[in-house]
Ligand binder design. Structure first.
Ligand SMILES: Nc1ncnc2c1ncn2[C@@H]1O[C@H](COP(=O)(O)OP(=O)(O)O)[C@@H](O)[C@H]1O
Ligand SMILES: [Mg+2]
Ligand SMILES: [Zn+2]
Length: 508
């Protein structure tokens, strides 16, 4: 007989339905898996053999053929262990075929039969719900699955810790209770803007970045508070809406980065070290896992010491910064992950960090700075709307009383500005914030009043702004107007926006 159970293969955060079929035939005992299994899937055989042994069973002395259909999709990962074992147990008539075919299963087996966590349970659960199937997944991933069950209202979830518990459940000698939904990350308290003394203009820039979704580059000496500022951005952003929360949770699920499972309610904040490899940052590697930029989707990506990142890695950010998606190439296809992140970058003004420092002068100025800044390409810098200097904190500032305004107050303004943008762009696909608006759209929505236009045109001529540079000013000015609730962009907005550009070599 042929036994079968459903599972999934992953393509990005999308799932493909896979059928795991097991056939036992007479002949020399053998155990083969066909249907483009990768190495981890091929090794399933040994884990399944071990897990069955853990149940006190041995493999039937027959030819065991496992077919993963459709045959033309590459099957990657260790989550095929569980469906293969279940299908085999059906073929051995230990589990009831008519019940198992109502489930989709995924999970890794350890040699003693324990079912261990795998990535991607949330997308698999949604796939199961869409096909009116139940889900069998590892106990450790029960929270993710339970959330999908509550959300869709029609998903039966079994989350056994061990293969034995599952067999007993179907035999009726042990009842598996459904797992509890969990929220992944609600407890942590975000750091507050109130902790930052002085640095009024840098704080203002962070507020503007939050309001319009703009990328921000901060240059300043070590210890001036750049990291502190970046860490406080997520606390200024509005909460995720339901679809944003689902998307980002799916990415984390596929990456195997949902410890404890459950839905993510917080915007992600990722701060990879500058030694991060290209696959770690943009995605790829052995199983085309999502990279940091996708894990930061709908949230903040902080790149400290930006010029220290590998040049190729930095250039690979350009495309996702533009499109909001990360394309990861595989041998014969590619996988796409969402990657609409807000980039906050920090750098020292020069390699040694002491340019303009009155106490410890930079010995190699001005070359030190020019060399260092030239590691950042013009096209990359062009995608960063706000460039600011963060000077060293003054000792007198440190003794100031705490600021009267904290993150909560700033967040109110940010949310109002974002609501104005949402209303303005509601009919434009792919644009929700000013940061996403391109040239033509900006000419419509951010056309300045005459005095503002005059100032911008004069500045454009004097600073020899490129078209991109010109649009950047308009984009930021639009956000400044939105923060005020002003319907039109006027001269003060243009004037302030002009202040958020640094003279980097090669940018206009
Ligand atoms: N404006 C500031 N207000 C209060 N503390 C500050 C400020 N700037 C820096 N600090 C202190 O200095 C430390 C280093 O700041 P950090 O943000 O890491 O600087 P940077 O990233 O620019 O090197 C912080 O942990 C904080 O204690
Ligand atoms: Mg720092
Ligand atoms: Zn220097």
């Amino acid at each position: 007989m042929t036994a079968r159970i459903g599972t999934v293969a992953f393509q990005g955060i999308d799932t493909l339905a896979i059928d795991v079929q097991v056939q036992l035939t007479n002949g020399l005992p053998a155990f083969t898996i066909v249907g483009l299994p990768d190495k981890a899937v091929a090794e399933s055989r040994e884990r399944v053999r071990g897990a069955l042994h853990g149940l006190g069973l041995s493999l039937p002395a027959k030819r065991i053929t496992v077919n993963l259909a459709p045959a033309d999709v590459v099957k990657e990962g260790s989550h095929f262990d569980l469906p293969i074992a279940l299908s085999l147990l059906v073929a051995m008539e230990i589990l009831p075929a008519e019940e198992l075919c109502l489930y989709l299963a995924l999970g890794e087996l350890s040699l003693d039969g324990a079912i261990t966590a795998v990535a991607g349970v949330l997308p698999a659960a949604l796939n199961a719900a869409s096909r009116d199937l139940g889900l069998i997944c590892p106990a450790a991933c029960g929270g993710e699955a339970a959330w999908a069950a509550t959300e869709t209202g029609r998903l039966a979830v079994l989350a056994p810790p061990h293969l034995l518990a599952l067999v007993n459940h179907f035999k009726g000698s042990q009842i598996l209770s459904p797992p509890e939904p969990r929220i992944a990350d609600d407890a942590a308290i975000l750091p507050d803007m109130r902790d930052i003394k002085g640095q009024e203009s840098a704080k203002r820039a962070v507020e503007v970045a939050a309001a319009g979704g703009h990328n921000l580059l901060m240059a300043g000496p070590p210890g001036s508070g750049k990291s502190m500022l970046a860490q406080r951005l997520p606390g200024l952003l509005p909460p995720l809406d339901a679809s944003e929360a689902l998307e980002i949770t799916m990415v984390h699920s596929v990456a195997g980065q949902l410890p404890g499972g459950g839905l993510m309610r917080r915007r992600p904040y990722r701060d990879p070290h500058h030694s991060a490899s290209l696959p770690a940052l943009v995605g790829g590697g052995a199983r085309a896992k999502p990279g940091e930029i996708s894990l930061a989707h709908n949230g903040v990506l902080f790149l400290d010491e930006l010029p220290e990142f590998n040049r190729q890695t930095l250039e690979a950010l350009r495309q996702p910064l533009e499109s909001g998606r990360a394309v990861v190439a595989r041998a014969n296809h590619h996988v796409t992950y969402p990657a609409r992140f807000q980039l906050i970058a920090a750098m020292n003004p020069c390699r040694c960090g002491h340019l303009d420092d009155p106490a410890i002068a930079c010995g190699r100025a001005p070359r030190c700075a020019a060399d260092y800044q030239s590691r950042l390409s013009g096209p990359l810098l062009d995608r960063i709307d706000l460039h600011i200097d963060v000077p060293a904190v003054r000792a007198t500032d440190l003794s100031l009383p705490p600021a009267t305004e904290g993150s909560a107050e700033i967040k109110v303004r940010v949310c109002e500005a974002r609501a104005r943008q949402a209303a303005r762009y509601r009919n434009i696909t792919g644009v929700r914030l000013n940061a996403h608006a391109d040239g033509e759209l900006l000419m419509q929505v951010a056309a300045p009043e005459p005095a503002g236009k005059a100032l911008l045109d004069k500045a454009a001529e004097q600073m020899r702004l490129s078209a991109r540079g010109y649009h950047r000013i308009l984009r930021v000015a639009r956000t400044l107007a939105d923060l005020e609730g002003a319907p039109a962009v006027s001269r003060p907005h243009i004037a302030e926006a002009l202040g958020y550009r640094r003279a980097f070599p090669g940018t206009g």
